[in-house]
Design a binder for this molecule. Sequence first.
Ligand code: PMV
Length: 324
Amino acid sequence: MHKGNARAFTNIALIKYWGKKDETLILPMNNSLSLTLDAFYTETEVIFDESYTKDIFYLDNQLQEEKATMKISQFLNLVRELAGTSCYAKVTSKNFVPTAAGLASSASGLAALAAACNQALDLQLSDKDLSRLARRGSGSACRSIFGGFVEWEQGNDDLTSFAHKLSSDNWENELAMLFVLVNDQEKDVSSRDGMRRTVETSSFYSGWLADAPKDLAKAKHAIQEKNFTALGEVAEANCLKMHGTTLAATPPFTYWSSDSLKAMQAVRQLRSTGIDCYFTMDAGPNVKVLVEKKNIPHVKAYLETLFDSAQLVTAYAGPGIEIL
Ligand code: PMV
């Protein structure tokens, strides 16, 4: 029996990963940049044992059906190939997210699984190689290996596409991200399908791709300079460009709901009163507000006039993977 147990934290991109140039290897079209957060995480235990006759996957105490287990099995196949074993595994995962958050947990989930497998089979992968492995499970998972600000280098093959931590003098500890949870339903269009559709059909996609490296350079410069306004402005603009691509896809789609727009408008309203804060959104309707810690009370107080306080969750910068 070989056992491993690890925790990984979720990350939210400030410069988004949107589109793959290789669907099998999960190589992205552009570099992305994220902040790892402390509020949402996954703990995963994996046991490889000769006696198992198939892979078994428990998520939040529930035995998962074929579709979810298949995704895990595909990832475990990569691990088995690396380790030179044919042992099946039992994977037991628990997501720590606020009730009804409805947040995608694939980044923390696959990063935790990769780290647990690394430990269980004594693969002795470096953080870089662990990031490459997690990437094969879910692109954004490669960033959750590291804490703080993280960049995912797109690379051009399996060896060269991985994430690394950005030096920031711990500036991220002065920042926070306020989640406005507007919906806990399964998303209509998964990030995988959404990306594919926009890459293949959206006439706005070329604009996204042309701007991504410029946005990334601006964000890295802002982090270096600890310039909150510059970082927030480019993150918000980059998010809007990503979401813009979906409107020109065939068929067109959007991840926004009326409550997403309400939250975005609230952020603009706060800025007009001199409170520096910026929004970002991923492949779903929830809105995340980037804010300096000192301004959390103002931002929260205003958002509480518009949303239920149970819909608001504050997250701070989080660490990289932890072996349990
Ligand atoms: O890693 P995935 O397949 O869940 O894709 C994540 C895509 C976005 O969340 C929309 C952007 C990002 O960089 O995290």
